[in-house]
Design a protein around this ligand. Structure first.
Ligand code: HEM
Length: 334
């Protein structure tokens, strides 16, 4: 009898997957063949490829398709190829597509839930409106002298730092990180990041702990990105309690110092301190400043430092492009 039930359960699972995984075939939509449970992400789950590489491969494999049907684990999803459809998604029909595919639990992630990257619906719109003016042309231009100061430290490091005479050359990812962390610390909060003088820079340590591919971070990213409904059940926050506490106490300290000294600086923190005082922002008051601090620290550093690293690598391989870039810089900056 037991055997009969086991066979029945196996048959039911088989029929479920056969039906579920034929979603796109039934609709005549092209796409790679999925596997049960992992869909088309086996190479990602087995740690062989980044999901960006998997999506790129799908994009290249269907040159005539407007979109490709695939499975994010067990969930049917669409990779859009046609530029007119892309335009509809990001512009024409944006009101139906403004949410990112990541769902955080406000109780587990009270800070990241206020990061526009993670927030959804009306809250995203409100936060986005709050954030946009701090990136106006005039505001960003005002940060230029602060960035120039960090550039001087960068040049000094390249010319005379510990790696300047190393036969292995200079680690470009790490100089990208030092530069971006110090720019964000200075333009964001008016403090010195000290990455070029202090290898133990607390900002770099924080970013490293949040994004480096440790086993616990890999599980956290995977669950948040691909199994968002499971994260609250497992009680996994995207930002750990220790990091949450560090950011809050850092922001409190900077504000306290500013109030004690009667300082008012032209930086992001000041802009958010002013916004926080407004009645209409009362809903976010308690968490707004540390939330924006962690938003800037995470989104503003790793992104740009990776870009700097790749750009320097490509430049090192293409000396003629370096010469053209130098000429353009001379033309613009004199
Ligand atoms: C080369 C550098 C950068 C790259 C490649 C990059 C990439 C991205 C991408 C792909 C998104 C997602 C857009 C979407 O949701 O559709 C995003 C959003 C965001 N980024 Fe960046 N970023 C960079 C630099 C920065 C910097 C310097 C900051 C802040 C100082 C920043 C702050 C943000 C914020 C707040 C969002 C959320 C915006 C929203 O959803 O409304 N990013 N970025």
């Amino acid at each position: 009898m037991l055997q009969f039930y086991v066979i029945l359960v196996i048959l039911a699972i088989y029929l479920y997957f056969k039906w579920h995984l034929s979603f796109f075939v039934r609709r005549g939509i092209a796409g790679p063949k999925p596997l049960p449970f992992v869909g088309n992400l086996w190479d990602y789950v087995s740690y062989r490829k980044h999901f960006g590489q998997i999506y790129d491969q799908m994009y290249q494999s269907y040159p005539n398709a407007n979109y490709v049907g695939f499975y994010k684990l067990n969930q049917p999803a669409v990779l859009v190829r046609d530029l007119d459809i892309v335009k509809d998604v990001v512009a024409g029909d944006f009101s139906s597509f403004h949410d990112n595919d990541i769902v955080l639990d406000p109780k587990l992630d009270p800070l990241f839930i206020l990061d526009p990257f993670f927030s959804r619906g009306d809250q995203w719109k409100a936060l986005r409106n709050l954030l946009s003016p701090t990136f106006s042309y005039a505001k960003v231009k005002a940060y230029f002298p602060l960035m120039e100061e960090v550039c001087k430290n960068l040049v000094e490091w390249i010319e005379n730092g510990p790696e300047s005479k190393s036969a292995d050359g200079i680690e470009t990812k790490s100089i990208g990180e030092m530069y971006t962390v110090d720019v964000v610390a200075s333009c964001g909060f008016g403090v010195e990041g000290k990455s070029f003088t202090n290898i133990e820079s607390p900002f770099r340590k924080l970013i490293g702990e949040i994004i480096s591919p440790t086993a616990s971070n890999i599980i956290k990213f995977f669950v948040t990105l691909f199994m968002p409904k499971i994260a609250p059940i497992l009680g996994i926050p995207f930002l750990s309690k220790d990091h949450d506490a560090w950011v809050r106490s850092f922001v409190d300290e900077v504000i306290k110092r500013r109030i004690e000294r009667g300082e008012k600086r032209q930086d992001f923190l000041q802009a958010f301190m002013d916004l926080q005082k407004k009645k209409e922002n009362a809903a976010y008051a308690k968490d707004l400043l540390p939330a924006m601090a962690i938003t800037f620290l995470t989104e503003g550093t790793e992104t740009s430092s990776s870009l700097i690293c790749f750009a320097l690598y490509e430049l090192s391989k293409n000396p003629d492009v370096v010469r053209r870039a130098q000429e353009e810089l001379k033309e613009v900056f004199g």
